[in-house]
Design a protein around this ligand. Structure first.
Ligand code: ATP
Length: 193
C-alpha cells in the first residue's frame, strides 16, 4: 500500500492537529532528539491497530493521548487518520480515535469497523503494524537475528497472505462451533426416538 497523508491530533507530543503529506520517493524526518520523530512511526503503527505497550513505548492504552506539559493541559482524546491507496489502488482512509478511559474506535472509509477488520485491511494491502517496512530504531539488528519462523512471517506479509491466517483461524472456530451444534442436535434427536 502507499501512504499519502497522516493526520494527528492529541497523539503523544502532537497536541495540535498536524498533517503530513508523504510524497512519492524517499521521505526523511529530521529534528532534534525528543522532537517526536519516533512518535510519527508509532502513529502509523497505532492507526494500523497496534496495542502492544512495547511497540508503542507506553504503559497503558491511554498513554498515547497528549499528557500535558507545564504550560498545557492534557487532552482527553487522540486521533490518527491515515490516507492512502490499498494494494489494489483503491482509496483508503483509516481513522483510529481513543477517548480517555473509554477505549478506541476505528473507521475505514467512513464506516465504523472492528479492530480485526482494520488488521485484515492492512494485511490484505501487504502491510500492518508489524510490517518490516516500518523500520524503528534497533529493528535492523532484530531482523538479522530473527528466527526462521519470524522470517517466514515477514515473507508471508510481503506476499500479502498474512490475512489468510486470520481468516483460517476464524473458519476453524466456526467449524468447531458447527460440529458442537451437530453433536448436540444428534443428542436431542436420539432423545426423541
Ligand atoms: P530521538 O531522536 O531521541 O529518538 P524523537 O524525535 O524520535 O527522539 P520521540 O521519541 O518521537 O522523539 O518523542 C519523544 C517526545 O514525545 C518526548 O518529548 C515525550 O515527552 C513526548 N511524548 C511521548 N508521549 C507523550 C504524551 N502522551 N504526551 C505528551 N508528550 C509525549
Amino acid at each position: 500500500m502507499r501512504i499519502r497523508r497522516l493526520k494527528l491530533s492529541g497523539f503523544k507530543s502532537f497536541v495540535e492537529p498536524s498533517e503530513l503529506r508523504i510524497e512519492p520517493g524517499l521521505t526523511g524526518v529530521v529534528g532534534p532528539n525528543g522532537c517526536g520523530k519516533s512518535n510519527l512511526l508509532e502513529a502509523i503503527r497505532w492507526v494500523m491497530g497496534e496495542n502492544s505497550p512495547k511497540s508503542m513505548r507506553s504503559g497503558g492504552m491511554d498513554d498515547v493521548i497528549f499528557a500535558g506539559t507545564a504550560s498545557r493541559p492534557p487532552r482527553d482524546f487522540a486521533e490518527v487518520v491515515l490516507q492512502g491507496n490499498s494494494g489494489d489502488g483503491e482509496e483508503l482512509e483509516v481513522v483510529r480515535r481513543i477517548e480517555r478511559g473509554a477505549g478506541s474506535a476505528y473507521r475505514v472509509n467512513g464506516r465504523d469497523v472492528r479492530a480485526k477488520d482494520v488488521a485484515l485491511t492492512f494485511a490484505d494491502a501487504a502491510t500492518g503494524a508489524h510490517s518490516p517496512a516500518l523500520v524503528s530504531q534497533g529493528k535492523i539488528a532484530q531482523v538479522i537475528a530473527a528466527k526462521p519462523a519470524e522470517r517466514r512471517m515477514m515473507l508471508e506479509e510481503a506476499a500479502g497472505i498474512a490475512g489468510l491466517h486470520v481468516r483460517r483461524r476464524d473458519a476453524e472456530g466456526k467449524l468447531r462451533q458447527t460440529e458442537a451444534n451437530l453433536a448436540r442436535l444428534e443428542d436431542l434427536m436420539a432423545g426423541l426416538d
